[in-house]
Design a protein around this ligand. Structure first.
Ligand SMILES: [Cu+2]
Length: 343
């Protein structure tokens, strides 16, 4: 099947629960937008950037259009898309600008991918990557297994080509940090000294608590994905955990064991196919890493999910904040079936 996307690279602003705004670089989804309306999407970058998803063996065509940075018009940086963890990518489509094409302001480039391995990945811009990743050019990427199609339209969902990875609802939890000085200095045409990187916000899906559990439509217009995890009792929930910050994170979900079914888009399996998936209360996730974990919602109630480094559970000057969210479990049948991730 063909899957076609068109993303624009531009800038924008995100907000934190303390009322502060922060300048970002990012992508926005312009798939299907008429050519003469593309430039009206300048300044509308989102964090996370748009979710990229496909089935294994799809032909994925992604056009990247660089529509410039309205609030840094002097900065004519190119951008790229790098599919992080894509095995055997040819250099041309890999997005590393020294070895492949990058997209200058006002130009398009067409990427082609044929994903062969289901799992959780991420993509990011690879042009001046330390700056462009910190500025927000990062997003989740999901490859779904053939097994889902093979079982027809009965609505069953799987993380991998394995019946043991069935789930009812899925949520990505995308971890990044934000050093607000970087963002204000980039906006102010100043050079940041990267050895002084010291984040003051810790984000899940581009938001800081209590923004992570805010499900009001439009309350975070540039941060479209909530971090709130919801399920009915008895349902299986897949958490696609992704870390594309610059720090390692440890995440704890109080009271619910987490079964690790995927590490960097690979099922934990022995040499002879033995199931090596394990149950954890706390997951450790390094920068650039993904973990797929499945839990079964049982007792109704609200369960806190938070970073074990308590200095990351704050907003500047107030607590709680930062990398904190909640799992809410409702009585059976309360929520309708989930149609989209993080819904
Ligand atoms: Cu970029």
């Amino acid at each position: 099947m063909n899957k076609e996307y068109r993303f624009a690279a531009t800038d924008g602003y995100i907000k934190m629960p303390d009322g502060t705004d922060h300048y970002i670089f990012g992508f926005t989804n312009i798939t299907g937008i008429p050519e003469n309306e593309i430039y009206s999407h300048r300044g509308k970058a989102t964090l996370m950037a748009p979710l990229l998803e496909a089935y294994e063996n799809d032909d994925v065509y992604l056009t990247l259009t660089n529509i410039g940075l309205p609030d840094r018009p002097d900065l004519d940086d190119s951008h790229t898309v790098h599919w992080h963890g894509f095995p055997n990518q040819i250099a041309l489509y890999d997005g590393v600008p020294e070895a492949s094409a990058s997209v200058p302001v006002g130009r398009d480039f067409g990427y082609y991918y044929k994903p062969l391995n289901p799992g959780t990945y991420m993509y990011h811009c690879h042009f001046e990557p330390v700056e462009h990743i910190q500025m927000g050019m990062v997003a989740p990427l999901i490859v779904r297994p053939e097994l889902e199609k093979a079982l027809g339209n009965d609505g069953k969902k799987f993380a991998y080509n394995d019946l043991a990875t069935e789930f009812n609802r899925e949520y990505f939890l995308f971890m990044t940090e934000l050093d607000s000085r970087v963002h204000s200095q980039v906006l102010g045409v100043q050079m940041f000294e990267w050895t002084e990187y010291s984040p003051d916000y810790w984000l899940l899906n581009g938001r800081s608590y209590p923004g992570t559990v805010d499900t009001t439509v439009g309350s975070y217009p540039s941060q479209p994905y909530t971090g709130l995890i919801q399920a009915n009792a008895g349902e299986k929930v897949l958490l696609r955990c992704i870390n594309l910050g610059f720090q390692q994170h440890s995440i704890e979900l109080l009271g619910i064991p987490l079964k690790i079914v995927g590490i960097d888009a690979q099922q934990p399996k022995g040499l002879n196919g033995e199931d090596l998936s394990t149950f954890k209360n706390i997951i450790y996730i390094g920068a650039g890493m993904t973990l797929d974990v499945i839990f079964t919602a049982q007792e109704t109630g609200t369960y806190p999910l938070f970073n074990r480094s308590h200095n990351k559970n704050i907003n500047p000057g107030s607590s709680p904040g930062g990398m904190v969210s909640e799992v809410k479990v409702y009585p059976t049948g309360t929520l309708p079936p989930q149609e989209r991730p993080n819904q």
